[in-house]
Structures are given as C-alpha cells and as structure tokens.
Design a binder for this molecule. Structure first.
Ligand SMILES: *Cc1c(COP(=O)(O)O)cnc(C)c1O
Length: 383
C-alpha cells in the first residue's frame, strides 16, 4: 500500500528545534586514522605525541609563543592562579560564566567584583582602582563574547599597583587586534575548548604562557607536581589533556577556518536583519581586527514592546532555545552574594545588561533560513 492512499492523518511536523549553539564536528571517517595510531602506539596520555603536536599547532595558529594544554578550561584557570601563587583578593567581573569566580574560591582567594563597561560588557578599567586594597594581588578580566578587554588600561593599573593579570580568554580563541593575538596580554591567559566553544575538543583548555620557564612550572602543576620519577616539586593536580582529545584537536584545527568563516557570515546577516529593529541593540566590535563571532548577544532595550524574559519565552514556544548569558550575574549566586562587592549598587551596568541580554543561535551549521526564523520571532512584536 502506498503511503499516500493511507487514511492516517499525518500531523504537520513541528518546526525543528534550534539551539543557541551546536558543536562543529568534522567527518567521523577523518578521525579514525588518529585512533588507529593511538591503538597501535598505546600511548593514551601523559604528554604523548598528539599532545605535543597540538601544543605546537595551536601556538602557530593562534600566534603565541608557549601554550600548555589542559583537560578543561576550569582546571587551566585554577592552575594559572597556582602557577603565579596568587592569594588574598582578586578583582574580577560578575558578568561571566561562573567558572571565572569559582577558580578563585578553589584557591581560597576572595573575589572582588568590579562593574563592566556598557559598550563591551568587559571589566571597566576606570572602576578597578577604587576596588584595590592591600590584599589585592591580581586582576582576572574576561574577554566577554570574544571582544577584547581594554588590555592597555588594565596593564597600566596592574603595573602601578604591582598586580598580576590573568585573562579568562575562554571566549577569545583566534581573536586578534592590531597588536596581534589578544591572548598575548596579561601574565597568563586561559582558553576553553568545551563543546560549546568556537574551537572544541569535546572538553579541553589551555594556558598561554609568556616564557618556557612559566610553561615548565605549569606543566609540572598539571601533572601532580611531578618533575621526574622521584621528584615532586608542588602539590599539583591532574589537569592533563589525553591523546584522543589532543588528536581530535589537531583534526578540528584543519576545519576551524571554514567554521569561523561561516560564523562571520551569520553575524553579518543578523546585523543586517536587526539593525533597524527598534529596541534591539546588537553588541559591537571592541577593537578586534579578527573576530571569532563566538556569540551573538542582543540587548532588549526599554523601547522594545515586550520584556527580555517575555521574548525569551516566546522563543522557547517557537522551539528556538536562546540563552540569557549572563543571567544571573556570578555575584548573585549564593556563594558570592554576601560579599560587599556583590551588591547591585556596586554593579549597575552588569545588573542592567544581565536583565536585558539574549544570546541568539550562532554556529556553522545554522542556515540563512534558520536566521530569518529567529529574526522573525523578534520582529513580529514590532508591528
Ligand atoms: C566555558 C568557560 C569557562 C570554563 O571552561 P571549561 O572548559 O568548560 O571548564 C571559563 N570561563 C568562561 C568565561 C567560559 O565561558
């Protein structure tokens, strides 16, 4: 019997769900030769050949001198603080993923939240000085959404007060300014290769190091503090990236340029379709000469007909899963909200952005039709 003659009523299929992101994966067949090598060498971890190759390939690709791979970005953050022996208080942003501040608590360090700039939603250098105390030892800014911080102003303050700077550059893979890679700034910078990030190795991360000596200390710290069979120099952790992950990173790197090119097109189409929509502000470039279009944040302004949360729920009803990055602020979570710096009066710009932001879907496999579907949900309230 032919399906067309059947009396069954076939429901019109619901629109396919669109998520805020979808990991970019190369063809599976391309990964098998790497696995075969691992199966025959039986080197699974502890700084094997793929680990070594990926460190070198990433240095070349990113335009940095030294880099230490990690099992994930959070371990990289925790270890970066250990490597520089940071203690006391660290100035950081409330407008980030919670791992930024958690890495401080895991080191027994007190986070001191400072507000962000309205244009970039990055740590506001003008407000840093007032938060410095005799206990302050470092600044931990975030290149939020991959938009570079005001690295020069931050470095100037750090130099004046003898503070270290550790960038949480989890969003900033491949981002460049006129001075080159944004990852070169600060004493250390960390990357995340989590599944949701622009460059993913399922899970993974790295610390960008300024010199071989610092990299060596970090390499010891990520391997229990082991220097050789009988020497342990520090209470290190197990932060190593394994060989399957490193091999996958090498393969991903071959496809990253096409993925970034598609992200750039998507960003441009969103901007074209949204730029005349009243009450919707797209966050702009922050001086990067090469952007990575890791996220597409919009701010729902007071003159938009419905609230951010109402729009968020409209999206969900229509099977478009947008995200409120970053709501709640880190400073509003229970382990932080008792800190004096976590008070909303101290963080007006971050609080306002957190109440207005929505991150729209952006990933290489998103089609132009998908983008129009997303934008239509925004514009149908404007008639
Ligand atoms: C993803 C992310 C991290 C954590 O990285 P993982 O690899 O998931 O541990 C840290 N900071 C920021 C800003 C992030 O977005």
């Amino acid at each position: 019997m032919n399906a067309n003659t059947s009396l069954r009523v076939i429901p019109t299929s619901a629109e396919e769900r669109i998520y805020v992101t979808q990991p970019h994966l190369p063809p599976l067949a391309e990964f098998l030769p790497y696995l075969e090598k691992i199966w025959s060498s039986k080197v699974l971890t502890n700084g094997g050949p793929f680990h070594h190759q990926l460190e070198k390939a990433l240095c070349d690709y990113l335009g940095v001198e030294h880099l230490a791979l990690f099992a994930n970005g959070t371990l990289a953050l925790v270890t970066a603080l250990q490597a520089l022996r940071i203690t006391g208080e660290v100035i950081t942003t409330p407008y980030s993923f919670v791992a930024t501040a958690h890495s401080l608590l895991w080191n027994g360090i007190k986070p001191v939240f400072v507000d962000v700039e309205p244009d970039t939603l990055n740590l506001d250098p003008v407000k840093i000085e007032a938060a410095i105390t005799p206990q302050t030892t470092a600044i931990m800014p975030v290149h939020c959404y991959g938009h570079p911080c005001d690295v020069e102003a931050i470095q100037k303050i750090a130099d004046n007060y003898n503070l270290k700077v550790i960038y949480d550059a989890a969003h900033a893979f491949g981002v460049q300014t006129e001075a080159g890679s944004v990852l070169q700034h600060g004493d250390l910078a960390i990357l995340s290769f989590h599944a949701t990030k622009v460059f993913n190795t399922f899970e993974g991360g790295a610390i960008i190091c300024p010199d071989p000596k610092t990299k060596q200390r970090i390499d010891h710290l990520k391997n229990f503090g082991h220097v050789d069979e009988v020497t342990v120099v520090a209470p290190g952790i197990n932060g190593k990236m394994n060989e399957v992950t490193a091999a996958f990173g090498l393969l991903q790197l071959q496809h990253i340029d096409e993925a970034l090119a598609r992200r750039k097109q998507i960003d441009a189409l969103y901007r074209e379709l949204l730029h005349r929509v009243p009450g919707i502000r797209c966050l702009g470039n922050a001086g990067e000469t090469v952007a990575n279009h890791a996220y597409f944040p919009i701010l729902v302004e007071p003159n938009y007909p419905i609230s951010r949360d109402a729009l968020y729920h409209k999206f969900r009803e229509r099977e478009v899963i947008v995200r409120r990055y970053f709501y709640p602020l880190i400073s509003d979570f229970p382990m932080y909200r008792g800190l004096p710096s976590a008070h909303r009066d101290n963080l007006p710009v971050a609080s306002d952005a957190s109440a207005r932001v929505l991150c729209l879907p952006i990933y290489p496999a998103l089609s132009d039709d998908d983008i129009r579907r997303v934008v239509n949900i925004i514009t149908e309230h404007c008639q």
